[in-house]
Design a protein around this ligand. Structure first.
Ligand code: MG
Length: 216
């Protein structure tokens, strides 16, 4: 495991890493197709197939993270729908203890997310952990998603971290790959992102299943 003394700065992803991805999966794979089917008068199955194609077409772009884009594209009030199921927003076990421990050790802590600022706001109101972070940064603010190399160049200019003494924890492999290519030295792949889906066993990066494993 990674030694705390080797790290000054921790970059943490939100959805799937600190928070349970069940909310997002349920939202995009169930609630949105259901409402889309009603709105466009098609079956749930057809709605879901059409939406999966659309999601794929906008993967790895800022559109994907932009809920205003999806509201217009799907003719649905996406922020209102998210509010409707806000009770499903939940934090992974021991995350708060881990954040408190990092604080106690004087580490810089940044929340670095592809989520839209409105979604970040909704989630931080439900799970009030915002005060642990030196700053919360969205890819919308940076101007490109975390899957792009340019994101990391701009982020480094913005918050001045030392790549060799920085840890990134993320549940998305494409993001970890870009960060590795950029030169971030310490990387952890968060698995069990959705608490209701059994974790696979990826091998490309060191794996983190439970935050308690990082609390010494
Ligand atoms: Mg994530």
């Amino acid at each position: 495991m990674i030694r705390l003394s080797d790290i000054d700065c921790v970059l943490l992803d939100m959805d799937g890493t600190l928070l349970d991805k069940y909310f997002d999966d349920f939202f995009w794979e169930h609630l949105v197709p259901e409402r889309y089917a009603e709105r466009h008068n098609v079956s749930f199955g057809r709605a879901k197939a059409a939406l999966m194609d659309l999601y794929r077409a906008h993967e790895n772009t800022l559109n994907w993270t932009d809920i205003d884009f999806w509201s217009a594209e799907l003719d649905l009030d996406i922020p209102a729908l998210k509010e409707q199921i806000r009770h499903l927003i939940d934090i992974h076990p021991d995350v708060e203890e881990y954040l408190a421990m990092l604080r106690n050790h004087g580490k810089k802590i940044y929340l670095v997310t592809n989520a839209h600022y409105k979604v970040l706001d909704l989630k931080m109101r439900k799970i009030p952990i915002g005060h642990y972070f030196d700053r919360c940064i969205t890819s919308g603010e940076i101007g490109c998603p975390k899957e792009w190399m340019e994101f990391w160049t701009r982020l480094e200019k913005e918050i001045h971290f030392d790549k060799n003494r920085t840890l990134l924890i993320d549940d998305t492999i494409a993001i970890l790959r870009t960060a590795r290519q950029y030169g971030i030295r310490h990387l952890l792949h968060k698995v069990c992102a959705n608490s209701r889906i059994a974790a696979s066993k990826p091998e490309e990066f060191p794996v983190l299943c439970h935050f308690r494993d990082l609390i010494g």
